[in-house]
Design a protein around this ligand. Structure first.
Ligand code: BMA
Length: 320
């Protein structure tokens, strides 16, 4: 398969970017990195909004078709609460939304920016209007976390990306388990960053939450390539065993999506595509919502069948 064929797995929406600070009902520097969910007949985006202090909060935007006619809450839906949650001192960022049928609630993992560094916090909601914070679940530095929607042998599972203090060790995607969503353990590396010249060398992180498919848990992750002119954030695929998500079945060698359009290449942080949410519409239409250049939100669509077909041709296991 050629590089062109790969990039066609995800097709950009003609109306991109679909949400920018200009459309926002109140002043915002950037609207990006949104979690996504289909709630009833609407697509709900939980958007990271960065204000002109540099502090982020989360605001809900709703659309009937997932790309137009957005109704945006007129003020922050979930604002940092440093008085009750000191770990939110410098804001809350990059939410990932997962429906937990057992609790009949949505779980939101997000980055809380504490004075000790970014960490993973968890909240739940019934309606995207009121939220119950369950507090920090991983200490700094840790980001890019999402739950699986079901338990495995009685335990919840979470993917996340701790960053060790010595970067020589690399920043990998880890999996951890919990009996109660509060106490987490049995930590292990699931998907390691590659090394050397690879597009996903040294630092990777989960993008949207794992998606259950007939062939396994579909994973889309970002790889951060350091270059002389800054970092490039691109996306790759992996597939985990349905029964045992510690087993990596497949991993793409090449990236499948990367900055290309102007709104992805130029913004507050250039050369970034950063999805935090996707929605499966019916059985095959996948809608991927991504932050572009840390400034706005764009949409790409894909066929789930095509993605799974592509993955079946990828190397088995998790290493190059
Ligand atoms: C990551 C996160 C994202 C951001 C990206 C590019 O570390 O902080 O929120 O989009 O960097 O700046």
């Amino acid at each position: 398969m050629t590089t062109n064929a790969y990039s066609e797995l995800f097709r950009r929406h003609p109306n991109n970017p679909i949400l920018t600070p200009k459309e926002w009902p109140y002043p915002a520097n950037a609207v990006f990195n949104a979690g996504a969910a289909r709630v009833g007949n609407e697509t709900v985006l939980l958007v990271r909004v960065e204000d002109r202090r540099g502090i982020s909060h989360l605001t809900v935007a709703r659309s009937p078709d997932g790309w137009s006619n957005w109704r945006i809450d007129s003020s922050p839906t979930l604002a940092p609460s440093p008085d009750t949650h000191p770990e939110e001192m410098w804001g809350i960022e990059d939410p990932r939304i997962v429906r937990l049928p057992e609790l009949d609630q949505w779980a939101i993992t997000y980055t809380a920016y504490s004075s000790g560094g970014p960490l993973v916090s968890l909240a739940v909601t019934h309606d995207f209007k009121t939220f119950q914070r369950l507090g920090p679940v991983m200490p700094p530095e840790d980001k890019d976390a999402a739950l699986f929607p079901v338990r495995f042998q009685g335990r919840w599972a979470m993917l996340h990306r701790p960053v060790p203090s010595f970067s020589v060790h690399g920043a990998h995607i880890w999996i951890s388990f919990s009996p109660d969503l509060k106490h987490w353990g049995d930590h292990r590396i699931l998907l390691p960053a590659r090394h050397g010249a690879w597009w996903d060398a040294n630092k990777i992180g989960l993008s949207p939450p794992p998606l259950r498919t007939a062939e396994g848990w579909l994973i889309l992750y970002h790889g951060v390539r350091q270059t002389a002119s800054g970092s490039i954030y691109r996306l790759g695929l992996a597939l985990l065993d349905l029964e045992d998500p510690t087993v990596v079945l497949r991993r793409s060698s090449e990236w499948v999506f990367g900055p290309q359009e102007r709104y992805e290449k130029e913004g507050d942080v250039d050369d970034v595509v950063f999805p935090c949410g996707w929605v499966l519409d019916g059985e095959d239409d996948l809608l991927l919502y991504f932050g572009a250049a840390d400034k706005c939100i764009a949409l790409a669509t894909a066929s789930l069948k095509e993605i799974l077909g592509y993955l079946q041709a990828c190397p088995a296991g998790c290493s190059p």
